[in-house]
Ligand binder design. Structure first.
Ligand code: ADP
Ligand code: MG
Length: 287
C-alpha cells in the first residue's frame, strides 16, 4: 500500500503547480542525483524575437522574411511561431510539399519554388553555401531554389529563475547537471555559462539526444535516479527514457505531457527544485 504521506507529498506538489503522476515518481525524485535539461523552451523562454533580418544581394529583407514565414506556415516549432509573428506578409501564397526536418528546419514549395528555412546543418546538407564566421546567436537561414536569400537573427531569453534553480539543485545534493540541445554550440555555451551548468552538448538531432542521454547514464560513477526536463518539442523520447521525465505543461506538446511523469503547470522551471525538495521532505517523514 502507498503510505499516506505520499498523498500529502503529491497534494503539496499539486498546490505548487506540480502534477506528479504517482507515488513511485515521488519516491524516485528523492533518489535523483542527475538532472538533464533541454535548452529551448525549458531553460529559455522559447519565445524568440526576430532581432534582425539580413538579405543577400538580389533580395530584400521583406522578401526574406516573407519566404521564411511562408515555408514555416505549417510548423509549430517555437522558431516558426516567432517568424510568423514577426512577418507582416499576410498575402496568401501557395505552399505545397511541406516537410518538417526535425533538428534541421523546414522545406516546402512556395508558389512552386523550393524554399528552405533552418540551421547551418540543413544548408550544408542541401548544398547551400553560407557565409562563415557568423554570430553566436540562433540563426535561421533562408534559401530559395538552392541559393541563400538571407538569414534571420533570433533572440531567446533565459528564464529569470534558471540560474537560481541550478544553485538550488546543487544545494539539494544533485551531483550531475547537464544540458542537451539541438541548437548550435555558441548559443548553448552562452546559456550554460550564464546559469552555471558546466556540462552541455549541442547540435544534437532528436535521436542523438536519446543516445547522449543513455551514454551519460552509462558513464556515471553514482547510481542515483535520473531526471530529464524538457518542453517536449523534439524531446519526448528522452522524457520517456528517464527515471522521472519532467515536462513544461504550458508550452509543452500533448505528446510530452503524456510522456512525462511530472508536469509543471506554468512552465516555472524553478519548480523542478521544488519537486525534488518536496520528495526529500516526504521521504524523511515516511522513513
Ligand atoms: P532544442 O534542443 O534547443 O530544444 P530543437 O531540437 O527543437 O532545439 O531544434 C534544433 C535546431 O533545429 C534549432 O535550434 C533550429 O536551428 C533548427 N530548427 C528546428 N525546427 C526549426 C524550424 N521549424 N525552423 C527553423 N529551424 C528549425
Ligand atoms: Mg526544446
Amino acid at each position: 500500500s502507498i503510505p499516506l504521506t505520499f498523498f500529502a507529498g503529491i497534494g503539496g506538489a499539486s498546490k505548487a503547480g506540480i502534477l506528479i503522476k504517482g507515488g513511485n515518481f515521488l519516491e524516485a525524485l528523492h533518489e535523483v542525483d542527475t538532472v538533464v535539461f533541454d535548452k529551448t523552451g525549458t531553460l529559455t523562454k522559447g519565445f524568440f524575437e526576430v532581432a534582425e533580418t539580413v538579405a543577400m544581394e538580389g533580395f530584400s529583407k521583406e522578401e526574406v522574411l516573407a519566404l521564411a514565414s511562408s515555408v514555416e506556415s505549417h510548423s509549430n516549432h517555437p522558431i516558426a511561431l516567432s517568424i510568423k509573428r514577426a512577418s507582416q506578409a499576410s498575402q496568401k501564397v501557395e505552399v505545397s510539399d511541406y516537410q518538417e526536418l526535425s533538428g534541421y528546419g523546414v522545406s516546402a514549395k512556395v508558389e512552386g519554388r523550393i524554399v528552405l528555412a533552418g540551421n547551418a546543418k540543413l544548408m550544408k546538407e542541401q548544398g547551400v553555401s553560407i557565409p562563415s564566421g557568423m554570430s553566436d546567436e540562433t540563426l535561421v537561414y533562408v534559401a530559395l531554389e538552392g541559393r541563400l536569400a538571407g538569414y534571420l537573427i533570433l533572440r531567446d531569453e533565459i528564464k529569470p529563475e534558471a540560474a537560481s534553480l541550478i544553485e538550488r539543485l546543487k544545494n539539494l545534493g544533485i551531483k550531475q547537471l547537464v544540458m542537451l540541445t539541438g541548437d548550435k554550440k555558441e548559443s548553448a555555451q552562452k546559456v550554460a555559462q550564464a546559469i552555471g551548468i558546466t556540462s552541455f552538448e549541442a547540435e544534437l538531432l532528436p535521436h542523438e539526444k536519446v543516445e547522449r542521454f543513455e551514454a551519460l547514464l552509462g558513464a556515471r560513477a553514482t547510481q542515483g535516479k535520473s531526471v530529464f526536463v524538457g518542453d517536449g518539442i523534439n524531446d519526448a523520447p528522452v522524457l520517456a527514457l528517464s527515471d522521472v521525465g519532467i515536462a513544461m505543461g504550458g508550452v509543452g506538446s500533448d505528446a510530452a505531457i503524456e510522456a512525462a511523469d511530472v508536469v509543471i503547470m506554468n512552465d516555472e522551471i524553478g519548480k523542478v527544485a521544488t519537486a525534488i525538495a518536496i520528495a526529500q521532505k516526504t521521504h524523511t517523514i515516511v522513513w
